[in-house]
Design a protein around this ligand. Structure first.
Ligand SMILES: Nc1nc2c(ncn2[C@@H]2O[C@H](COP(=O)(O)OP(=O)(O)O)[C@@H](O)[C@H]2O)c(=O)[nH]1
Ligand SMILES: [Mg+2]
Length: 318
């Protein structure tokens, strides 16, 4: 590893550690209490652990899965000390993450033979879609890719302006229409423009303010259908953005969006400043959709490619 790479990757690790700080602190203080005064993992300890996981937003189903696996281990090994619990838990969580995220580093790959590669970004209002798009555009551009943004969240003028701010900051072209125009029409224009410019990547922002599942499904289906008039098989990716700090709400949103459309990738934002980082584990397990990015701040560099090893390392590094 070159020195540059080493410095860069250690810096990146620091942001992740910092980003997960609140989650870790809260998790380990609860875990400490759960095993206080106990030397052996018994039913009490497991009950407490269950509570810790649920209250860390890992989600009930995933928590039960983890508890059952540890129970099986205790039954098999007869004696498991509470001092081993950390290591065991870590292994179980790493195992769960591996079931969904089979690759070590799960960044969206832009294939050369699909040009432009179209990423549609979905999620409810305020979760961080536009911010994530800005960070992603910056990331792709730094890789030498030609990026075009499409402002298909046409509900609010501010939404279009905000994407424009990001486009200026990153210095990539944006396609937009006025507020209230048809999102599908904006998406169509964006793809047409991207084809003309021979762009590598198109990122389409969408509105999250759709009041029910049927509306949402109809809207997204329409945007897709219209885009397919320009580029076959689009979108190549549907990236669902979830706000990690909302805990159980993020699970609910994932449920709604996966019912409404085919989601291929997840970005979980706002993991800085929240103790609810456990959602990453639960959502990855429950929805079987790979987490590709995590947001750990509002800045342009505060988007990390999700690396399951680093995540678990960071989570368990006290
Ligand atoms: N702390 C933090 N704030 C974020 C992150 N991602 C987005 N935000 C903030 O969340 C707010 C809503 O983001 P926005 O991109 O407008 O969400 P959208 O409505 O889904 O497009 C903004 O104030 C962003 O700066 C993140 O990873 N960490
Ligand atoms: Mg937005």
């Amino acid at each position: 590893m070159s020195l540059f790479k080493k410095i860069f990757s250690s810096q990146k690790k620091e942001t992740l550690d910092k980003g997960l700080e609140k989650t870790k602190t809260s998790f380990f203080s609860k875990l400490g209490k759960a095993v206080a005064g106990k030397s052996k993992v018994d039913d009490d300890v497991l009950d407490n652990l269950e509570e810790v996981l649920v209250s860390s937003d890992v989600g009930v189903d995933t928590t039960l899965k983890i508890i059952e696996r540890i129970e099986a281990r205790v039954a098999r090994d007869k004696y498991v000390g509470t001092d081993e619990l950390n290591t065991i838990l870590r292994a179980e969580i790493a195992g769960l993450l591996s079931e969904t995220n089979d690759k070590d580093v799960s960044e969206i790959q832009i294939p050369k033979d699909k040009k432009p590669y179209v990423i549609m970004v979905v999620g409810v209002n305020g979760v961080g879609k536009t911010t994530t798009i800005g960070k992603l555009a910056h990331r792709f551009k730094s890789q030498g890719l030609k990026v075009v943004l499409g402002a298909a969240d046409t509900f609010r003028a501010a939404a279009i302006d905000q994407l424009q701010v990001w486009a200026d900051r990153v210095d990539v072209p944006i396609v937009k229409q006025q507020m209230g125009s048809d999102p599908a029409s904006v998406a169509f224009d964006t793809l047409s423009s991207a084809v003309t410019q021979d762009a590598d990547v198109v990122i389409i922002d969408t509105a999250g303010r759709l009041h029910n599942k049927v509306n949402l499904m109809n809207e997204l289906t329409k945007v897709k259908r219209v885009m397919q008039k320009v580029v076959e098989d689009t979108p190549h990716e549907v990236l669902l953005v979830l706000d990690g700090s909302t805990g159980q709400n993020a699970f609910e949103q994932a449920k709604q969006f996966t019912k409404a459309t085919e989601v291929t990738a997840l970005a979980i934002t706002k993991l800085d400043g929240t103790a609810k980082g456990g959602v990453v584990i639960g959502i990855s397990d429950q929805f079987k959709i790979p987490v590709k990015y995590i947001g750990v701040g509002e800045g342009i560099e505060d988007l990390q490619v999700f690396n399951k090893h680093e995540f678990v390392d960071s989570f368990f590094k006290i």
